[in-house]
Write a protein that binds this ligand. Structure first.
Ligand code: C2E
Ligand code: CA
Ligand code: CA
Length: 354
């Protein structure tokens, strides 16, 4: 929708109107006994500073609207020149991303997940990187969103699953004791109707057993179309794939899904772990998550452990596993292989650079 305000005295008046629209939109609608919610993201461009033609004003309000969406929706944003610049960079990056797969520029790093308290390798998480030809190694936060918007996440996601399976196969043939590998799924991938078919196909094609694979999904992927979600998760679980809930505690979903869905692991989000030593609330929340998970027979991984003190506290709360820079950053295959070799003996603490 486009709203034209032709009699404002200053830019801030547009903000007031935008807020009124947002307030009106968030009112729930009851349809067939279901409470439905909608929201809005509003971009504002002001004549004449942000453009003197209707085309420019429209384009710039669009750029601002995307910024509002990135900011978590349900907010408004003004257009600025910095925004324009970053929108341009994003556009160029999006074009390059199209070629990233065919040019073999994507790589997987692996981060070890350790057992508590005996500090043995439990599993690894595959984390995507992009070796852009003209830039430094680009982290997933910079391009996964873009890949989602453009649909490229589907072939990229398949590449990740296939690469992990081939890696497992290679490790097996080299005689390593192979840990479970966790793969991150994006929302669009999870909703894709061909997900199960594609995964089965990749497992078969590469001769990989499903018991080596964990899929990490987030709470927000569980809320819409519950029946479909239950079916998908059941199917994956019956194949032998583990399901892990990533960034646990940051979504707004109801806890009842923990009972309904076959979930093997919860990963406590880094934001709770970060201040666990100093913030009593975080400490209490983490203790409650662990107690709840254990009573539902779900294992818990604490993410983002950076210090011995954090580890100590989580150990006292009987958390099952941990992952974080304290033990190791995500590292390239060759470095994770050093840990696999050692996993037969004992792993010494290592601070890898990655
Ligand atoms: P995530 O799944 O929550 O992954 C954990 C992120 O935390 C990783 O960032 C990891 O490098 C970082 N991390 C691990 N330990 C620590 C720590 O002790 N301190 C701090 N500050 N950070 C730590 P990374 O690799 O940049 O990945 C960011 C996100 O990108 C991931 O968050 C995940 O949501 C997404 N992602 C990564 N790979 C893939 C993929 O193959 N597919 C999809 N769809 N998403 C991916
Ligand atoms: Ca993850
Ligand atoms: Ca996470």
């Amino acid at each position: 929708f486009i709203v034209v305000l032709n009699s404002i005295s200053e830019s801030l008046d547009a903000a007031k109107v935008a807020q009124k629209i947002l307030d009106a939109l968030v009112q729930p609608h009851v349809i067939l006994h279901h409470e439905l919610h909608i929201g809005g993201s509003i971009g504002i461009a002001v004549f004449p500073d942000d453009g003197t033609s209707s085309e420019t004003l429209l384009k710039n309000s669009d750029v601002a609207m995307y910024h509002a969406k990135e900011n978590g929706r349900n907010n408004y944003q003004f257009f600025t020149n910095d925004l324009n610049k970053s929108a341009h960079e994003r556009h160029t990056l999006g074009l390059d991303l199209r070629h990233a797969l065919e040019r073999n520029e994507l790589v997987l790093f692996y981060q070890p997940v350790m057992d508590m308290p005996d500090n043995r390798l439990h599993s690894v998480e595959a984390l995507l990187r992009w070796q852009h030809p003209q830039q430094q190694l680009i982290g997933p936060d910079k391009f996964i969103g873009l890949a989602e918007e453009t649909g490229l996440i589907i072939p990229i996601g398949e590449w990740v699953i296939k690469t992990v399976c081939l890696q497992i196969k290679a490790w097996k043939s080299q005689g390593y004791s192979v840990p479970r590998v966790a793969i991150n799924l994006s929302g669009r991938q999870f909703r894709d109707n061909s997900l199960i078919k594609n995964i089965s196909h990749i497992l078969e094609e590469t001769g990989t057993e499903a018991r080596y694979i964990t899929l990490e999904i987030t709470e927000s992927m569980l809320i819409d179309d519950i029946e479909k979600v239950v079916n998908t998760l059941k199917c994956l679980s019956e194949m032998g794939i583990h399901i892990s809930i990533d960034d646990f505690g940051t979504g707004y979903s109801s806890l009842s899904y923990l009972k309904r869905f076959p979930i093997h692991t919860l990963k406590i989000d880094r934001s709770f772990v970060r201040d666990i030593v100093t913030d009593k609330n975080d400490h209490t929340i983490v203790a409650a998550i662990i107690a709840m998970a254990h009573s539902l027979e779900i294992e818990v991984i604490a993410e983002g452990i950076e210090t011995a003190e954090q580890l100590q506290l989580l150990m006292a709360q009987r958390c099952n596993h941990y992952q974080g820079y304290y033990f190791s950053r995500p590292v390239p295959v060759s470095q994770i292989e050093n840990m696999l070799q050692e996993s037969v003996t004992t792993v010494n603490k290592m601070h890898a650079v990655g």
